[in-house]
Design a protein around this ligand. Sequence first.
Ligand SMILES: Cc1cc2nc3c(=O)[nH]c(=O)nc-3n(C[C@H](O)[C@H](O)[C@H](O)COP(=O)(O)OP(=O)(O)OC[C@H]3O[C@@H](n4cnc5c(N)ncnc54)[C@H](O)[C@@H]3O)c2cc1C
Length: 465
Amino acid sequence: MIIDMVNRESFWSELQFSIQGQVITPEDAGYDEARLAWNRKVVQYPAVIVVAECAADVATAVTFAREHDLGVAVQATGHGNIRPADDCLLILTRLMNGVTIDPVAQTAHVEAGAQWGVVLAAAQQHGLAPLLGSSPTVGAVGYTLGGGLGWLGRKYGLSADNVVSFQLVTPDGQLRTASAAENSDLFWGLRGGGGSLGVVTSMTIRLFPVTQVYAGNLYYPASMAAEVFRHYRAWVSDAPDELTSSVLVMNFPPIPALPDFLRGQSFVMVRGCYCGPIAQGEALLQHWRDWQTPLLDDFKTIPFSEAAAISNDPVDPLPGFNSGAWLRELSDGAIELLVGYGLGQSSPSPLVFAEVRHAGGAIGRVAEGTAVYGNRHAEFVLSLVGVSPTAEAHRQLVTYVEELKAGLRPWLTGGVYMNFIDGVESQQRIRDGLAAGGYERLAKLKAQYDPDNRLRYSFNVAPDR
Ligand SMILES: Cc1cc2nc3c(=O)[nH]c(=O)nc-3n(C[C@H](O)[C@H](O)[C@H](O)COP(=O)(O)OP(=O)(O)OC[C@H]3O[C@@H](n4cnc5c(N)ncnc54)[C@H](O)[C@@H]3O)c2cc1C
């Protein structure tokens, strides 16, 4: 799109005049702050930014983009950027952050920009819980569009499987509802298909009666990593659905914010959340306590409102690197590689952690194809996380992770969990994150709803015309 300098101001003021929120252009003082993503690795230069305040703002912005042939990108927090929002109209949803709980129906109505922590706090006031993930500062909608695997996942399923309805603006500027009864094709494609079919303005999700859980972490010495991973494999082989857990190699960074005991140290950790009767959760942990005394054992009864303490994810923005894959099994060979690369071999590992999360349970009981979300029957998902402050550090991480995944190939399913990968990898591996035939069906829906592929900054699915 070419806008001559003379008409530039009046061009954007036309948009500003028609919305309640704010229009920010590259000439405005707030532009550099507004274009930031939580993940500071993302550097993006949108043609214009719309800080939307309501669904009508989103509809106006999307219509404006269509009329002026602009692509449309959406950002709630910037935790999960796939492709930088360059030369397009970027809609920031952060001010659309209302949450309303219906305690009778046990649902929450969540606006596009609400973070999980806000939904959790509101729901807990009624003795209810949403299916959030490890971080309360992740956006509820973005997480759900990618699937949404959290600490209640094995018991109650994916966040995407517990959406009652979405309200969205499709690229033609229409505000629509997508549910099992209305626009069910869109409903299918939004649950695991990212934001490729529309800009979600709000969603209604189911809540569950969870107020306290038995949860925490066990820390063992890094030297025990392989045996802890093997012991973990045995532990989860017959785990009840109430237990969602993970095992990880953790390299705590040498930062002042950490206590001496952790700063710059490596551990192998077992992490989990049991949402059934507390006594049964305690009994499950006996498997570990009878085996080897951990260096630190902070598994205890906690209010679910404190679920963020289980993973203690970073809250402040940082240049993050994410990669991952679904594992067919946690074989001895896979464990050897995960531990070797997780801790580093001849030199320290560039990874902050290599975590294997246990999925399955309710997630795998939903029939494949119910939604476009794929890989339901794989039980172990690998999440590899690093910090990449420089291009050089990023390249090193990419090479390291590629090497690790090449070694792991015999035990990988070939699928990826889209929420656990980012950047170029997430642009290239969309098909591998979807149900069989999902990409092709999504491409047909794109031809119907987004023939010009305006929403190419999320999961980029080429319209099949
Ligand atoms: C610290 C951390 C912890 C995490 N923990 C978990 C976890 O436990 N489980 C899990 O499943 N995932 C987890 N994730 C991944 C996270 O769910 C994804 O990165 C998710 O995409 C983030 O959503 P967001 O809205 O916060 O980010 P954003 O970067 O703002 O958005 C992410 C994607 O969603 C699209 N999107 C956002 N809002 C809308 C909308 N309203 N309409 C259409 N498209 C939209 C964006 O365009 C973008 O493609 C974690 C990520 C981080 C960084």
